[in-house]
Design a protein around this ligand. Structure first.
Ligand SMILES: Nc1ncnc2c1ncn2[C@@H]1O[C@H](COP(=O)(O)OP(=O)(O)OP(=O)(O)O)[C@@H](O)[C@H]1O
Length: 581
């Protein structure tokens, strides 16, 4: 019910469009209910004239026929415009919800995305809002009103023509209510399963597309196809089950029902007529049959609307669940970074309560220094970076930048002062220039070019016809990983952060590219506090400080020389890498 009223609340955004569309459709329906009355007049006139052997007045017939045509035409035009207005309003409302959901998603904590697959989130923002557009805004809200009006109109017309038949036909209402209730009870759980299977399909596809090269490298196509087939089969099964009930309740039964009721009405009129109780003209008979027929389509539609509403409510629930996930609380205070001093003060951190991955870390990095983070996989290097960016907050201790505990400052201001170059740099759709300026109008094309030249990307720009305005699509797949890194370095340089994070920037590249990257790194590091998360120890040989992490603890700390003199884990790692090189 909450979802229903909340969805209704959205109608206020486009109430003018919806109301105008609705009024036009009411008029259109009203006129179409009136047309059988005109037709009946013509029928009665002709039949009476023939019975009384009078000449038929062609002018009267032409007039009535013209009137009938005009009314039908006006009704069609009003229906068309009304439909356009309503459809337009529904489209806009679905855009409003989609924008809200997307905006909210952007504010969600990084931890939200740890547990929910990307495909499921995108299904909520794209598919579920589409279901809301079609099922709720376009169909339910408008159809329920229009069909109720039609039913009311037909009953009023019917009461005017034959109160007895109309009263009998009122019996249809409780029958339909019971019918609806039985239907909705059956269909609701099936629909929930069906929508879930669509969401599963989305996340499976997203997973396959994201890992397409890995799937092919490991020849996992068949296995993936099997997994996909399974999810797809579940979808088909739920659809089959749902259709069974939809067809039975909404179509088969209603068709049968319609014929039986029409037959009963005709039988009633026939027996009353032959026994002389009822005198009814052919025209009135036409109206009665026409109205009985007309009564069923809106009733059937209302029955179908129950399924449509069920689907809309399930979709609405999923969209609102996303929209109701609490966003991160943020402070109004902006962090001011003038130097770039970083301090970890007794920091303990867990992604999941009780499962600490960093234990009472203490270290200082002075402004402009380079600090290397090394350690086995899972030792906690990336977690340190996650805390530095305030993607997460520590359970105990503080991360301090230039004397300020970052937990007390807003995230945007912290991230503004930091730059990151990832092992697999992320490029956005746009151009090289927009990827470097990051849409900051203060970064001009000249500055973009200067940054690219400084990091050594001149050869890349020279070979591109459009230079810095060359297009970047699909996360920069058309560029080599080294080129993507150079663009990413130039981005960092142009945005001039005080603190820089280089995340395994030199792994998985050949020696020639490594030289280019090493040069770029040197340029970018200058004058900035730099954290290097490195697997290749050669990258951090010159670092002012190296921290060796082990299971969330600092195992060793010192310069390259000092750590070699210590003869511990670092020395072992260094020797191993040396023997592999
Ligand atoms: N999002 C997450 N949710 C839960 N646990 C996580 C998450 N990210 C990392 N971990 C866990 O935290 C621990 C530290 O991981 P972290 O990514 O910091 O290690 P790392 O040293 O950077 O490893 P690698 O060199 O492989 O990148 C690991 O046990 C890891 O499984």
């Amino acid at each position: 019910m909450k979802t229903f009223t909340r969805l209704l609340g959205y109608l206020r955004y486009e109430w003018k469009l919806l109301l105008s569309g609705f009024i036009l459709l009411i008029f259109s329906t009203g006129l179409s209910i009136y047309t059988p009355i005109i037709a009946s007049k013509m029928i009665d006139y002709v039949s009476l004239s023939v019975a009384n052997e009078e000449t038929v007045n062609i002018t009267f017939i032409t007039e009535q026929f013209g009137f009938y045509l005009i009314i039908t035409f006006i009704s069609a035009i009003l229906g068309y415009v009304g439909y356009l207005l309503l459809a337009n309003g529904s489209n806009r409302l679905s855009k409003v919800i989609r924008d809200e959901a997307h905006e909210h998603m952007q504010k969600l904590p990084v931890s939200y995305f740890d547990d929910i697959p990307a495909g499921k989130i995108s299904a909520r923002i794209v598919n579920d809002t589409e279901v809301l557009r079609e099922n709720f805004f376009a169909n339910f809200t408008t159809q329920i009103l229009i069909n109720t009006m039609t039913i009311l109109g037909v009953y009023i017309g019917m009461f005017a023509v034959s109160p007895t038949i109309a009263s009998w036909l009122l019996l249809l209402i409780p029958i339909i209510v019971v019918w609806q209730m039985a239907f909705s009870k059956k269909i609701q759980p099936i629909n929930t399963l069906w929508r879930e299977s669509v969401s599963e399909l989305n996340s499976k596809i997203a997973e396959i597309v994201q890992g397409v090269s890995i799937v092919q490298v490991f020849n996992q196509q068949e296995h993936m196809a099997e997994e996909f087939e399974q999810v797809n089969q579940t979808w088909l099964n739920t659809r089959k089950e749902s259709l069974k009930y939809e067809a039975f309740f909404a179509w088969n039964l209603s068709g049968l029902f319609k014929s039986i009721v029409t037959l009963l009405v005709m039988l009633y009129i026939g027996t009353q007529f032959t026994s002389g109780i009822l005198s009814i003209s052919i025209g009135t008979l036409y109206i009665v049959i026409n109205y009985v027929e007309r009564l069923f389509d809106p009733i059937t539609m209302i029955v179908r609307l129950i399924t449509i509403l069920q689907q809309a409510l399930s979709a609405g629930m999923r969209v609102f669940e996303l929209m109701d996930t609490p966003v991160e609380k943020d402070s109004d205070k902006s962090l001011i970074v003038t130097q770039g001093n970083v301090e970890f003060n007794d920091v303990t951190f867990a992604y999941k309560e009780g499962n600490n991955v960093l234990h009472q870390l203490n270290f200082n990095v002075n402004a402009g220094e380079t600090i290397g983070l090394v350690g086995h996989t899972g030792s906690g290097k990336s977690s340190i970076i996650n805390l530095l960016f305030r993607f997460y907050d520590p359970q105990a201790g503080q991360v301090i930048i230039d004397g300020q505990n970052i937990e007390e400052y807003n995230r945007e201001s912290i991230r503004e002062k930091m730059g990151i170059v990832l092992q697999e740099p992320y490029l956005f759709s746009g151009t090289i220039a927009t990827n470097i300026s990051m849409n900051n109008p203060e970064i001009t094309d000249d500055m973009v070019l200067e940054a690219l030249i400084k990091v050594g990307a001149q050869p890349l720009i020279n070979k591109l016809e459009k230079g810095i305005h060359a297009e970047v699509v699909e996360k920069g797949q058309a560029f080599s990983s080294g080129e993507r890194q150079l663009i990413s370095f130039a981005r960092t340089l142009a945005n001039n952060p005080k603190i820089l994070i280089l995340d395994e920037a030199t792994s998985h590249i050949d020696t020639e590219t490594e030289e280019v990257i090493q040069h770029a790194m040197k340029v970018v590091k200058e004058g900035r506090t730099t954290f290097i998360v490195a697997h290749r120890l050669s990258t951090i040989k010159d670092a002012d400080q190296i921290i060796v992490m082990d299971n969330g603890h600092i195992q060793e700390r010192g310069t390259h020389r000092e750590l070699l003199d210590l003869g511990g884990t670092y020395t072992q790692m260094y020797q191993m890498q040396g023997s592999m090189a």
